[in-house]
Design a protein around this ligand. Structure first.
Ligand code: SF4
Ligand code: SF4
Length: 431
């Protein structure tokens, strides 16, 4: 793509980074067909190519405030990164859209309600304890969701129908020793929103890892990866969380040592693997962030790469595997979850349009409830058509978004833990 930045503009590192990305785009439009928002609306401005074009125009005219139009269409982007999987030219849309959003945040205006809602969510979600309390209130208000509309309704409808106690994993520093001979030592990202919504995911992860000879370390200070704040452009909140996590894991790395940082929420995994870029200008944290990014692995990636799970007999159960965007597009972890499930004796199927987002995308389903709901309905119909006995995904956001599928739905690690001698996921008993 041709750009017309001035020398002065290119002296700004953010503009020069954007320019390098923009120049790779050849307008071929291959990405449009796999972009969920373009598939729904058919509007070029809701496509990756259109957004790239608008970001270029906005940055070239950086002496003027960003238009409402560009802000509107960038907000509607799910950051699902499906376009990056499709793009034959290797356009780094993930970092370009970050730069575009950063520019809008610095130079544009959001209406008061939008700003307030983003601040509220940015404060609540990374704080598991507080978020858990908010969910208790939201559950009480859930029956009245039909009386309100828009984002408030979306928030109430997303409150889980049943709520467990707050996950104790991550509350304090803890070491979960390997059973039998220790083969690996890993740090586990306990997570924030996930701890408030579903404690069974960390429990299953620790249960399986320790049975397989892996010692698991959890650090209280790694309270959130920063992804949710980053997605709503709360850069200060995001960087605080990132630095805290990097410092906690780097201490462990330099101390007793760790072989990996294990992540069981793929949205967090994409961000942690990108710490190397996100903290590259932070002199105190850059090299530690690089080391942590290199160690980050999705739980299925770790189990698969290190061949920790032995093949099991046929389980006589069809599993519909839902590939979270952050896992398939963000981290390019494609085969590991399916290979593990197959080795564990499950028959694995995938739904039509498995490359398209379910509409969860962090808190997109709250901020853009209409588009998210259309994507949700489409995804639920495709998953139901597979007639699986159980549906699994590697990201809590997707699991919540798809709660209304016909079959029970749980995290991939819960099914694997059960297959290898752990607790049966309660979702399977509930129906
Ligand atoms: S990240 Fe997803 S929604 Fe955004 S432009 Fe790319 S494909 Fe479309
Ligand atoms: S596929 Fe890649 S090169 Fe083609 S329009 Fe999309 S981003 Fe640009």
């Amino acid at each position: 793509m041709q750009t017309r930045f001035t020398e002065d503009q290119l002296a700004n590192p953010l503009i020069s980074e954007a320019e390098a990305i923009l120049r790779k785009c050849v307008h071929c439009g291959f990405c449009t067909a796999t972009c969920p928002t373009f598939v729904l609306t058919g509007d070029e401005r809701d496509s990756p190519r259109g957004r790239i074009w608008m970001i270029r125009d906005m940055l070239e005219a950086d002496d003027q405030p960003p238009s409402q139009e560009v802000g509107y269409h960038l907000d509607r982007c799910l950051t699902c990164l499906s376009c990056m999987t499709t793009c034959p030219s290797g356009v780094d849309y993930m970092h370009l859209v970050d730069l575009g959003r950063h520019h809008i945040e610095e130079n544009g205006k959001r209406d008061l309600i939008d700003r307030g809602l983003r601040r509220l969510l940015g404060y609540l979600l990374p704080r598991a304890n507080l978020f858990h309390k908010a969910l208790i209130l939201a559950r009480l208000a859930r029956p009245f969701a039909g009386l309100v509309s828009g984002r408030l309704r979306a928030m109430l409808e997303l409150a889980p129908k049943s709520l467990s106690k707050l996950d104790p994993v991550g509350k304090v520093d803890a070491i979960y020793p390997a059973q039998d001979k220790k083969t690996y030592r890993v740090a586990l990202m306990a997570g924030c929103a996930q701890r408030a919504i579903d404690p069974d995911i960390n429990a299953a992860t620790i249960s399986l890892l320790t049975r397989l000879g892996v010692e698991v370390v959890v650090k209280e200070k790694a309270y959130c990866c920063g992804a949710l704040s980053h997605h709503i452009n709360d850069e200060a909140g995001a960087k605080d969380a990132m630095r805290a996590s990097v410092a906690a894991w780097a201490d462990e790395l330099e101390g007793e040592g760790i072989d990996a940082v294990i992540v069981n929420t793929s949205g967090c995994g994409t961000t942690i693997k990108d710490y190397v870029n996100l903290l590259k200008d932070d002199a105190a944290y850059a090299s530690k962030a690089k080391a942590i990014s290199a160690l980050a692995k999705d739980i299925t990636e770790f189990l698969h790469d290190d061949q920790l799970c032995q093949p099991l007999a046929d389980q006589n159960m069809i599993v519909t595997y839902h590939a979270a965007c952050s896992l398939q597009h963000g981290q390019k972890v494609l085969d590991a979850p399916k290979a593990l499930l197959t080795a564990a004796g499950f028959s694995v199927v995938t739904a039509k349009e498995s490359h398209l987002c379910c509409g969860s995308a962090g808190i997109y389903n709250v901020l853009q409830p209409d588009l998210a709901s259309d994507l949700q309905k489409r995804k639920v119909a495709h998953i139901n058509a597979t007639k699986g006995d159980v549906v699994v995904a590697g990201n809590l956001g997707c699991i919540n978004q798809l709660a209304d599928v016909d079959a029970p739905i749980c995290h991939t690690i819960q099914l694997l833990d059960w297959a290898y001698g752990g607790t049966k996921p309660k979702q399977l008993d509930a129906r």
